[in-house]
Design a protein around this ligand. Sequence first.
Ligand code: C2O
Length: 462
Amino acid sequence: MNQRKNVYQLPAGDTTLEWYGKAVMAMKKRPTKDPTSWNYQAAIHGFNSTLPFWQGVGKTPGRTEKNEFWNQCQHGSWFFLPWHRMYLAYFEQIVAQTIVSLGGPAGWALPFWNYSDSTNPHALTMPPAFTKPGNAANGLWMDGRESNSIDPRYVTLGALDTIPFTGDGRTSPLGFGGPETTFSHSGRTHGELESLPHDMVHVAIGGAMGDPRTAALDPIFWLHHANIDRLWQVWLNKGNNRENPTESAWLDLEFDFHDKTGAKAQMKAANVLDTRNVLSGYTYQGVAPAAPALAPVNLLQRPDFSTPLEIVAATNKQLSLSSARTTVQLKLSPAQRKKENFAAVTAALATPPKTFLHFENITGKGIPPIHDVYLNAPDGGKGRESYYAGSLSFFGVEEASTPSLHQSGSGQHYCLDVTSLMNKLRSLPNWNEQQLDISIDPIRPMAKGTSVKIGRISLYTE
Ligand code: C2O
């Protein structure tokens, strides 16, 4: 049984990262067609030879093999968590075996990067081994990253408070784990944990990490995903009706991989429910491997979404984002206002209805920067922060906008829970019953050739 450790708590003199770097170098030397090579492992997640991070690929497997084993990552789907757990487990085995073949110790386990750890002053910065030295002699370094550190707003863990695993963000709020789908390489609506912090960390680091078709080429990808995988168990351990899906459609869909010997292998969610049973088994430092006995049902929490969402307002034309702030007014019609003005009526309820801001039919090109969304915010100054509604990562937007074998190409859909911000806005003296001002700020300029279009912005309430 392996223990995956917090990368910031590795003891002095620990060689986990040193051996990881050596294994990366060794895996990079293997030909792309070898399933245990660095390129092949990254291509399982996503591959597109036109993207600049794919260099020196050489011969690739034939079409049939590619269709079966490459471009398999599950996003915008309830398979997001189990698929990445399987993917990490095989990868970890391959790295461990490579380390042994290089004369290193047995039992190597992936460390995790807990960027949300407020007790660690360095948590928001990538471990220095990944950035220094900043050259190709360092197996853990990756050229072209936009940033080595992350804004604390992009690693908050509100997702852990969500009880249901599944929600589609349309007829119901988002679920913790993602919407019910079939095989979903580039799904439309990402679940809560996937949206935040997962997607944000990808795009905040940027470069290869900013696009699913190159992300796994960056060695930090694997520490990021070990952390996301850990958070799945942290969520389960919080109990109070937090449960994995029990449907066969989730448990039994098989995914294709190769094991450390290069032999074909299959795995399904039912095989990875307990981390101690995944291949040779692992646990996370500081996390109980199994949820404590279920807490009694607390009726003040809502374990399911019984109330469908109703639309209260929507924009009526497509919006293109640019390198400058984009503002848009959402008109609340009188009839809509009546529905929307539920605060007083529901203040007495234990669980007041929630309000969600949707960004629909988002299509784009390239890797757009993260955009921060504010409601009724003043134009500048520090005060703006208290009007922050959430952010849009656009992780994977180009792929989600492009039809292919593995996805429909219909774009992305974001859903921000703005319940508490809206309640606050309503209590302010300048609250305007007829209009909500939305502003969308890019955190850096759009690179050349990059674009994003939002089909519609809408406000929904339970
Ligand atoms: Cu499949 Cu973090 O991406």
